[in-house]
Ligand binder design. Structure first.
Ligand code: PLP
Length: 410
């Protein structure tokens, strides 16, 4: 009875939280792999008064943000900022550089690689899927040799682009993008390299120019620590050239008018002014901490999380140590356990949100996000919440993951 009351109370409090007429003590532990928690500095910036997006102040502000975001992508080239989620930015990348019926190679790493491919198909792109031969492609990072082999066979250069996901959020795998670029170059193939770094950017090292990406797609709600609502396309000169010949119908997502307006710090349509305030603040925070320090922090937390998983006696969805994600860890639950039942306990009893299994992994895995505004104690809280939830559903792990993570982090 006590337990039921507790659950009801917490549910009630969580719903009331949205109505802002009740108080839930402590904080919500948002440990899904994005959206990630938004730091109060950013929330405060977002709450500044909206200004005229065509007024004199906005241009200077727009230029500052457009310049700052280039440093996060590590590019000298323009970065398009859309008022869109990652999906809109996926579409932006495809419709600007391709032509109707073009063939595109998609490397399958998980649910998001599949969703991008499905989107491409819907807009009239011919898609071909590749993956690691003889292996479950949802458990291994991108094997660039598979791409090279396929491109070498494409002597007529029918394949116009290669699409890969840098950090596959559904499976917790980060792939080597420089190796994919090398594979395309070694095959002496002119295909464009389109990369999804929606959940990688700002958490896992990413170098748009150095690694030779033609378009990098990203979003605001993961490593950038913003709420959802802004998406990005970082461009290359080759992508901009391709966009001049692309015949796929497009309007809002077309780069040309945006690039023209951006020269003076403006947009052809109304930008998300307040999210841009947040972005400005996020860039400042990230530069203060330093990108390398941020990446090292993510690696350290990810290692602590993996040690907890190993102590529990559970498997990491990612079987490829070279592809372990610094952003999130996807954990395979034992036969007979429903991962969503565990997640439900974590949420209702401990106010902890864990990521669900997506696509064919529904119920089979849960995901712990350790990205963005996350530190040792936030991760430890999430691990404790998982361990207490195991106990609450009657599962006894091999050993304490909390202790294993503490040993590593102390
Ligand atoms: N790509 C990846 C790797 C993602 O993780 C997500 C969302 O989580 C998307 C694309 C789609 O982005 P959105 O949900 O913002 O449209």
């Amino acid at each position: 009875l006590t337990l039921t009351c507790k659950i009801n109370y917490k549910n009630q409090a969580r719903l009331s939280m949205l109505k802002l007429d009740n108080h839930l003590s402590g904080r919500h532990f948002l440990h899904i792999p994005g959206p990630s928690p938004v730091p109060s500095r950013i929330l405060r910036a977002i709450s500044y008064q909206t200004i005229d997006h065509r007024g004199p102040e906005f241009g200077a502000f727009g230029l500052k943000v457009l310049d700052g975001i280039k440093k996060i992508f590590k590019t000298e080239q323009p970065v398009i900022i859309y008022s869109a989620s990652g999906t809109g930015s996926w579409e932006g990348a495809l419709v600007n550089v391709l032509n109707p019926g073009d063939k595109v190679l998609f490397y399958e790493t998980g649910h998001f690689a599949n969703l991008w491919r499905a989107l491409a198909k819907k807009i009239g792109i011919e898609v071909e899927v590749v993956g690691k031969a003889g292996a479950d492609t949802w458990r291994w990072g991108v094997d660039a040799s598979v791409i090279e082999e396929r491109l070498r066979k494409d002597t007529q250069h029918e394949i116009k682009a290669v699409c890969v996901v840098h950090n596959e959020t559904s499976t917790g795998m980060t792939s080597n993008i420089a190796a994919v670029r090398k594979a395309i170059d070694d095959a002496k193939h002119p295909a464009l390299l389109l990369v999804d770094s929606v959940s990688g950017l700002g958490s896992a090292d990413y170098e748009h120019d150095k690694w030779g990406a033609d378009v990098t797609v990203s979003g605001s709600q993961k490593g950038l620590m913003l709420p959802p609502g802004i998406g990005f396309n970082a461009l290359s000169p080759k992508a901009i050239e391709a966009s001049k010949h692309s015949k796929i119908p497009k309007a809002y997502l077309a780069w040309d008018e945006i690039l023209e307006s951006n020269k003076t710090g403006y947009w052809p349509t109304t930008p998300s002014t307040n999210l841009m305030y947040g972005l400005h603040e996020a860039i400042d925070m990230m530069q203060t901490e330093g990108l390398d320090t941020i990446f090292a922090r993510h690696q350290r937390l990810a290692e602590a999380c993996r040690r907890a998983v190993a102590a529990w006696g559970l498997e990491n969805q990612c079987l490829d140590p070279n592809a372990y994600s610094p952003v999130l860890t996807a954990i395979v639950v034992p036969e007979g356990m429903d991962a969503d039942v565990l997640r439900k306990h974590a949420l209702e009893k401990f106010n902890l949100s864990l990521g669900t299994g997506l696509g064919k992994l529904k119920g089979k895995i849960f995901r712990i996000g350790h990205l963005g505004d996350c530190n040792e104690l936030s991760l430890m809280a999430a691990l404790s919440g998982v361990e207490m939830s195991f106990s609450s559903i009657g599962y006894k792990p091999k050993a304490s993951g909390v202790v294993a993570a503490q040993e590593y982090l102390k």
